[in-house]
Design a protein around this ligand. Structure first.
Ligand SMILES: [Zn+2]
Length: 307
């Protein structure tokens, strides 16, 4: 019987051991649950981190980029600005000196019996020409006189002509244009009539000036009721030769323009002593039309455009 009691006691003690061990095994489960909470915390911290990452993009990095893209836009107009200036420099810069022939001192071709003085007609035509040329871009216009006075002072003849042509030289002109009206007999009723242009015999200028001369005659004939005569060269061997070997031009306005380094032309608009032309010249609106026709012809020749 004592053995049986001992066996029972043994079994009981084994059972107790088992129970104790079972309790100990239950504790690790609690540890696992702690780990789960830790994971949640980690997840939270990750979420925080991700929210930080979201915050970074909004940190205006894109905005900074946007500002950067705007900057080039503001720079763009700056680069356009020089290109708008460029055409100004590319424009043709033509310098033309307009010479209203004669004046109150130098007036060898005045014929009071014809109803006007040539220098007054010439000034009205030249002023209308200048006004019209100023409507074109790329041209600079000078006048040897703007009233009845002589540009050289109280002198006559060649000195007066030198003073006129020297303006072309000083202004580095591309062209010197002298405005005149013609006469043959000086008595009203002369048969010669119409417009003509005189150009230089200097080889480098002759062909281009001839082309300009015909453009002028075409414009004059379209503007007013005028016959067109021709484009002429008149030389004077007694004056000598140019450096290209060609005979000097008869008219000082033309030969001294050549010496000044540019072509000179003379436009004889109409014959003051021809009855038809005389009536035409007495009407100021015709003088204006002639000046505008001259300007439009010069603009066509130099390829100028209206502003
Ligand atoms: Zn004249």
């Amino acid at each position: 019987m004592k053995r049986k009691k001992l066996i029972y006691l043994g079994l009981i003690s084994v059972l107790i051991l088992l129970i104790v061990t079972g309790c100990a095994a239950a504790n690790p489960g609690e540890t696992e649950s702690t780990e789960t909470t830790a994971e949640v915390t980690t997840t939270n911290s990750e979420t925080e981190t991700s929210s930080e990452t979201k915050a970074q993009p909004t940190t205006v990095a894109p905005q900074t980029k946007a500002t950067e893209t705007k900057e080039p836009e503001t720079k763009a107009p700056e680069t356009v600005a020089p290109t708008t200036k460029a055409p100004e420099y590319q424009e043709p810069s033509v310098v033309i000196v307009l010479d209203a022939g004669h004046d109150t001192v130098y007036h060898s071709r005045n014929h009071p019996s014809l109803g006007f003085n040539e220098q007054d007609l010439n000034l009205k035509i030249a002023k209308a020409c200048k006004k019209r040329l100023n409507e074109y871009a790329g041209v600079k216009v000078y006048m040897t006189r703007k009233d009845g006075s002589c540009p050289a002072g109280n002198i006559d003849g060649d000195e007066c002509i030198k003073a006129r042509t020297s303006l072309g030289t000083r202004k580095n002109a591309d062209l010197f244009v002298s405005f005149h009206c013609n006469a043959s007999t000086g008595v009203l009723g002369a048969s010669a009539n119409g417009a003509e242009v005189h150009i230089s015999n200097y080889k480098a200028y002759t062909e281009s000036s001839r082309r300009l001369g015909y453009i002028i005659l075409n414009h004059l004939a379209s503007a007013v009721d005028l016959n067109t005569r021709d484009v002429y060269i008149q030389t004077d061997p007694t004056k000598g030769y140019y450096d290209d070997g060609s005979v000097q031009d008869k008219f000082y306005l033309i030969s001294q323009s050549v010496e000044g380094g540019h072509p000179g032309i003379i436009i004889e608009h109409a014959f003051m002593d021809n009855s038809h032309d005389n009536a035409l010249l007495k009407n100021d609106s015709n003088l204006k039309k002639m000046g505008i026709a001259d300007a439009d012809a010069l603009a066509e020749y130099y390829n100028l455009s209206l502003r």
